[in-house]
Design a protein around this ligand. Structure first.
Ligand code: HEC
Ligand code: HEC
Length: 328
């Protein structure tokens, strides 16, 4: 009996010390400084370039659905065009409280003091100007030089708005992921193209769905703990838990591959697809930025439709995409 107690005591002491050591290690090392190359991107004052950037920000790349104050998100989704003064916030309990910063040229609270290369590096390599990790909410690593230039030129052209958005704060789990190297900045896998031909062809659709509009990110099942994709691309199945806009509803992304039994757009004509997008939001709380996407032009939409229809069909039934709250 005495012996068992002794073993128990020592096990507790050793486990306790290990836990304490792990805790101290996490606290000391999570706030790492990362490095990444600075892309050779320079903002332009050319009005055509700025207009392209604005189109991307309020349309396919939907920067404006995150980088505006929380109480303006839905108004922007419904067509209001305001400077991107930041404020969207999402809390993953334990992992952290993530906040989209002010992207107007204000020098104190916005991007006024950041260089074009700083901004391009944050967007392309997920490393902030101070070396911090930029959490992977954005999927623009392989956005073309031309489009990245356009977006940054547009950001610079906005009127400065003084709006202090506190930095993202990590919880213990989030810090642990960074400390142990499980979460690190994501850069491009392939060298980004200088420019992409904008035509209603599948190739351009592929570029948009992967590197601009993030259709792939939401419509491919992801392991929420590791951030790794575990489903076949575009076969759906990502669960979106209720958030500030969903009124208790959860959502699940449908299968976009042209599977005859389980693909949602398999039987849609190109015209039906275009109409669905120009109609905009149908389900009030859907996480999909339908409002921003309703600003997409027909070249972009046709390109996306043609690309999705060129995919290998994957049979995967997503039973319910709009899931009502469970009655208590
Ligand atoms: C899904 C929401 C979302 C979308 C869409 C989005 N962002 Fe972000 N962005 C964020 C969040 C959240 C952060 C902060 C991440 C962090 O703190 O680690 C961020 C950070 C940034 C930063 C880093 C700023 C700094 O202080 O270094 C830049 C630059 C940026 N976003 C630009 C853009 C641009 C340009 C677009 C559109 C092309 C865009 N974002 C689209 C959510 C989003
Ligand atoms: C932030 C996550 C997110 C992004 C980004 C996103 N989707 Fe979705 N999508 C969803 C969810 C969730 C649903 C189910 C709820 C709904 O229908 O709104 C959905 C539904 C759909 C539907 C079915 C609509 C219907 O009427 O049945 C289509 C088609 C679709 N998405 C295509 C796309 C395309 C194409 C893109 C890129 C241009 C895209 N999605 C980007 C999450 C997303």
């Amino acid at each position: 009996m005495k012996k068992t107690l002794k073993i128990f005591k020592w096990t507790a002491i050793i486990l306790g010390s290990l836990l304490a050591a792990t805790f101290i290690f996490i606290q000391l090392t999570w706030n790492k400084k990362f490095t990444a190359p600075y892309p050779d991107i320079k903002a332009s004052k050319d009005s055509t370039v700025i207009a392209r950037g604005k189109y991307l920000a309020f349309g396919p790349a939907h920067c404006a659905t995150c980088h505006v104050p929380m109480d303006k998100i839905m108004a922007v989704e419904n067509g209001l065009e305001i400077p991107l003064s930041g404020g969207w916030e999402l809390e993953f309990p334990g992992f952290g409280n993530f906040r989209a910063p002010n992207l107007t040229p204000d020098t104190e609270t916005g991007i006024g003091k950041l260089t074009d290369a700083d901004l391009a590096r944050s967007i392309r390599h997920s490393v902030g100007s101070d070396g911090r990790l930029i959490f992977p909410f954005m999927s623009f690593q392989e956005m073309s030089d031309e489009d990245l230039t356009a977006v940054i030129s547009f950001l610079r052209s906005q009127e400065p708005v003084s709006h202090l958005v506190p930095r993202t704060e990590y919880g213990l789990l989030g810090k642990a992921l960074v400390a142990f190297g499980l979460l690190k900045p994501e850069g491009p896998k392939n060298t980004p193209q200088k420019a992409v031909v904008r035509d209603s062809i599948a190739e351009y659709g592929k570029y948009l769905t992967y590197h601009v509009a993030n259709c792939r990110g939401c419509h491919t099942e992801m392991d929420v703990n590791t951030g790794q994709y575990i489903g076949a691309d575009f076969s759906g199945g990502t669960l979106f838990e209720p958030d500030a806009f969903s009124n208790g509803y959860s959502h699940m992304s449908p299968n976009l591959t042209p599977d005859p039994n389980t693909g949602v757009i398999t039987k849609w004509s190109e015209d039906q697809f275009l109409t669905r997008f120009t109609t905009g939001r149908i389900h009030e709380g859907s996480p999909m930025p339908w409002g921003a996407f309703s600003n997409m032009d027909s070249t972009d939409l046709k390109a996306i439709y043609r690309y999705l229809h060129s995919l290998q069909p994957v049979e995967r039934k997503v039973a319910q995409t709009v899931i009502p709250p469970v009655e208590k």
